[in-house]
Design a protein around this ligand. Sequence first.
Ligand code: C5P
Ligand code: C5P
Ligand code: C5P
Ligand code: ZN
Length: 472
Amino acid sequence: MDGPVPELTAHATACADRLRDADRVLLASHIDADGLTSAGIASTALERADIPFETVFCRQLDEAAVADIAATDYDTVLFTDFGSGQLDIVADHEAAGDFHPVIADHHQPADGVETEHHLNPLRFGLDGATELSGAGASYVLARALEPEGGDNRDLAALAVVGAVGDMQDSNGELHGANAGIVAEGVEAGVVEEGTDLRIYGRQTRALPKLLQYATDVRIPGISNNEAGAIEFLTELDVPCRDDDGEWKRWVDLTGDERQTLASALMRRAIASGVPANRIDDLVGTTYVLTEETEGTELRDVSEFSTLLNATARYDRADVGLAVCLGERDRALDRARRLLRNHRKNLSNGLRWVKDNGVTVEENLQWFDAGDEIRETIVGIVAGMAVGTDATRHGIPVLAFAKKEDGEVKVSSRGSYVMVKNGLDLSAVMREASRAVGGDGGGHDVAAGATIPNGEVETFIAEADRIVGEQLA
Ligand code: C5P
Ligand code: C5P
Ligand code: C5P
Ligand code: ZN
């Protein structure tokens, strides 16, 4: 078997064999959409392989979290969507005989250490920020874990949600190893790939809200403008309301009607002077989970991933995992309630950044939200602020927020253009945080750290210096 990602197949087989040799496994994963889907994939695969396991989630795999894991009496630990960045800590525990680690991750590995069962695309010449997510690495492992005659390709649906949750489709579609996983999902009949409007909310949002909230590509008179969005829809030769006069959603329109609406939107964008390359971003490749009910958050991979972030980032990873595992009643209701709260927090957070502005240094810009934005979502808000007029174009954004324990969380976001010019935020976060007694890591384009209270200024100066070196 070649496997969905041939470069990783041999190593995935070795990792799967090691898991089969275990009496039982502790599965540890990260609290975001990619981490939850990773756990959903890994736990389903372990169950199908008849390997007993228990699942735990951590906000960040720091020394204390690894020590907690070491204190359990599990001899084998499967880390998904984290573990690589903390390979030094994990390896120390392995050397001490605390547990044997198997890792399926895609973050930048800590320097100068390696462990035997470490499945990470970066070790095999693939890009961990754009070509394979934690859920993708877990999927490769799940394929290797298939029992005789088994077929885990249905899990490709969750792998696509994880990749999109980490924004690996931000250039318009999934590519590299991710494309191989999409192909397996299509073969298995769980994923459908198409070309469509790339606006968030195609399954669940009423048309005016869909257009009004679509701010990734700003269309003057429609974006952030309810009356404008309604007027635009009313003037179209498309029935945008149902028989009861209720607004339809994108999924309620026929193919022809969608086409008409999309074309009108593009004409309007052109007429309003939106640059051609931005207009191209309005349409792109979309992924639909065909087994899920039409008109639900679960059918669209992007809405699914936001639903998952709304659970785990608010200490309800159990709810998100249950949804990943197919629970469609209580867990889904609960997740939807959490989603309303999450959306409100994201929108309040973005407004706070706009109202308070950012401070521009030589090579980066930053804002400190203190207690105003929850530390578990400050990175999402920073990502949403990039590309709006709240931030300056061309330099990365650093965001700070207070953690419950009094330490400070840092999130950073850049763009692929900056990465091409040498930016590696993972190195910036790791080096600048270690310089002030903290720790961090992540990806070149998006990374984070935790630092002691009182070190923000020194950290910014250090980060500014490192970014300057990278972009020189
Ligand atoms: O844990 P980690 O891999 O999950 O998180 C990835 C984070 O990086 C996500 O918040 C994702 O949105 C962000 N990201 C980004 N821009 C990209 C790629 C990832 O903001 N181009
Ligand atoms: O963790 P990461 O940065 O990927 O999270 C980005 C999330 O923010 C996406 O899942 C997306 O649903 C959400 N978002 C949103 N509205 C926007 C932009 C992003 O809800 N306009
Ligand atoms: O938390 P945030 O969304 O900013 O995280 C961005 C990326 O940085 C994620 O991939 C996350 O796993 C990573 N990160 C890290 N160490 C930290 C904080 C974040 O590796 N202390
Ligand atoms: Zn991830």
